[in-house]
Design a protein around this ligand. Structure first.
Ligand code: FAD
Length: 292
């Protein structure tokens, strides 16, 4: 009998789980509470700028093999584009000083040994002082693990970790920061090429996944908020959606809850998760790009 997977939430987690399960032979049905697909990773029409824009800038690094593999499967890998070199232009807005961080193209961070390529006014010792972060556990904070002050911190570590973790770095998880450093900076320039979704997040990462799932006989539906799960003998036996709609599950069917912590904890009493969150504020504006 056909195996069915119900995915709750049509964010990038739900869609990528759906794509994997569809390739594993499941018929996938995705249920999304809101009227739009993509969750925190999507494009929308903005009347003020009269443009279709992304909900916020999403920067992928070439080390992110999972996203690249997902895009390959749904046929949109060519839509993830960026410069061929891992070069990042910096400006210190307090002093006006500018520099280019050129991470090279290899598999080792050889640039830290070359004074002319290091962040200005930093020494090799400053980089070595970051090494406790590499293998730090998730229980520790960054502030407990490395010195959160000095030129290297101000010019590279703070902006990098703020962008990646979305919180003031000293209070962020050292384990997560360590994973970022291991998989990107430590893996050389080949892991650090910046990529963006050329045709917008929805055009590259969301709509092609929906098409892929529908092409495999599945469905992706909006306005379907899961309100509760029926459970018996330690397994889920049914799904209850708003509007009193219920779906009974067969013995081989699976359910993936791909929702943020708050709804997940409400749906599964006893589940624990984070309770503190940091907002991201985005300002969108429209300019005519200067020539060149
Ligand atoms: C402005 C901004 C910039 C970002 N930049 C980056 C970046 O540069 N790089 C990066 O890697 N990440 C970035 N992120 C983070 C990234 O967008 C998120 O980590 C990712 O989109 C989360 O996906 P998700 O599917 O786990 O959750 P979500 O996108 O939150 O999706 C969950 C979905 O579940 C739905 N849902 C919730 N409850 C129910 C229910 N009961 N029934 C049915 N559906 C339900 C929600 O409506 C939602 O659509 C950024 C995020 C933002 C907001």
């Amino acid at each position: 009998m056909n195996k069915i997977a119900h995915i709750i939430g049509a964010g990038i987690s739900g869609l990528s789980a759906g794509v994997r399960l569809a390739n594993a032979g499941y018929t996938v049905h995705v249920h999304e509470a809101t009227q739009q697909l993509g969750g925190r990773c999507r494009s929308y029409y903005d009347a003020a700028t009269d443009l279709v824009i992304d909900n916020g800038n999403h920067l992928l690094l070439s080390a992110n093999h999972h996203v690249l593999a997902y895009a390959r499967v749904i046929g949109s890998e060519a839509g993830l584009v960026g410069p061929k070199d891992a070069q990042f232009a910096f400006v210190d807005i307090r002093t006006g000083q500018r520099w280019l961080l050129d991470l090279g193209s290899g598999r080792l961070p050889l640039w830290v040994f070359d004074e002319s390529r290091r962040v200005p006014d930093t020494t090799l010792g400053d980089y070595l002082a970051l090494s406790p972060l590499i293998w730090a556990g998730t229980a520790k904070t960054i502030g407990d693990t490395i010195p959160c002050k000095g030129t290297l911190y101000d010019r590279l570590v703070q902006p990098l970790l703020l962008a990646a973790l979305n919180c003031d770095p000293p209070e962020g998880s050292a384990g997560l920061a360590g994973a970022i450093v291991r998989e990107t900076l430590l893996a050389g320039g080949q892991a650090c090429r910046p990529l963006i979704a050329r045709d917008g997040l929805s055009g590259v990462l969301i709509d092609p996944a929906v098409k892929f799932l529908e092409g495999k006989g599945g469905s992706v539906r909006i306005g379907r908020e899961l309100r509760s799960l029926d459970q018996a003998a330690g397994r889920v036996t049914g799904l209850r959606f708003g509007g009193d709609e219920t779906v009974a599950l067969g013995p081989d069917d699976v359910v993936v809850l791909a929702v943020p912590p708050r709804p997940a904890m409400a749906l599964l009493p006893g589940l624990t998760g984070p309770t503190k969150f940091r907002a991201i504020v985005n300002a969108h504006f429209r300019i005519t790009p200067p020539k060149g």
